[in-house]
Design a binder for this molecule. Structure first.
Ligand code: URA
Length: 214
């Protein structure tokens, strides 16, 4: 497989197993949601790997422990892209329960040359002081991801990551062409896009499969 810069592929066997189940067309919405939740937890583990630590001294039941580590510095904001990114929020929050959550609503305007149209935005007021992790189920054309990164950067975010369950080369290249600094954390990289701009082999329409709308 092609090697990509600034991309973390979570190739843990448990993640790969769960992503195979997500690819399976016979996996129903209930199981699909549970799997997205679980995979999001694993990916969040990787997305937060470089959080800075500081030393503290702790009183244990038997004595003193110096140089004990706790997370210091920047806090996190998760920003799901509606709607499919919503399925990843609880998994991410399970690992970082104190994170704040912003929302952006973006769709790909097919009538307007596949540009990104944003229809909703509500971000934490202190987003400039937070490490932002944008959540979306898939990185397909990259149109929504590019727009979401632009929105959070315009709001002041300096460190931005993009976490998705499934990516493809076209989406990775598009996001990095516009925002080379945005690290991508993903569970799998599929072959590419078909003529309808779906990822192949892919998981189909991620939002529909999550929410049972088809
Ligand atoms: N969005 C989806 O839901 N599926 C794809 O394959 C691509 C984008």
């Amino acid at each position: 497989m092609e090697k990509f810069e600034n991309v973390i592929l979570c190739d843990h066997p448990l993640v790969q197993h769960k992503i195979s189940l997500l690819h399976d067309k016979n996996t129903g919405s209930k199981e699909f949601r549970e799997l997205v939740h679980e995979v999001s937890m694993f990916m969040c583990y990787e997305a937060t790997r470089d959080l800075p630590l500081k030393d503290v001294t702790i009183q244990t039941p038997l004595g003193e422990l110096s140089n004990s580590k706790i997370i210091s510095g920047r806090k996190i904001a998760f920003v799901p892209i509606m709607r499919a990114g919503l399925g990843m929020v609880d998994g991410a929050l399970a690992l970082v329960p104190t994170a704040k959550v912003g929302h952006v609503g973006i769709y790909r305007d097919k009538q307007n040359g596949n540009t990104a149209a944003d229809y909703y935005c509500k971000l934490p007021f202190d987003i400039a002081n937070r490490e932002v992790v944008i959540l979306d189920l898939m990185l397909a054309t990259g149109v929504s991801a590019v727009k979401a990164a632009e929105i959070v950067k315009n709001a002041g975010a300096k460190t931005v990551k993009f976490m998705c369950v499934l990516a493809c080369p076209e989406g990775i290249n598009a996001l990095h062409a516009a925002h080379p600094d945005v690290q991508i954390v993903c569970g799998a990289i599929d072959e590419g896009l078909n003529e309808d701009l779906y990822i192949v082999p892919g998981i189909g329409d991620g939002g529909d499969r999550l929410f049972g709308t088809k």
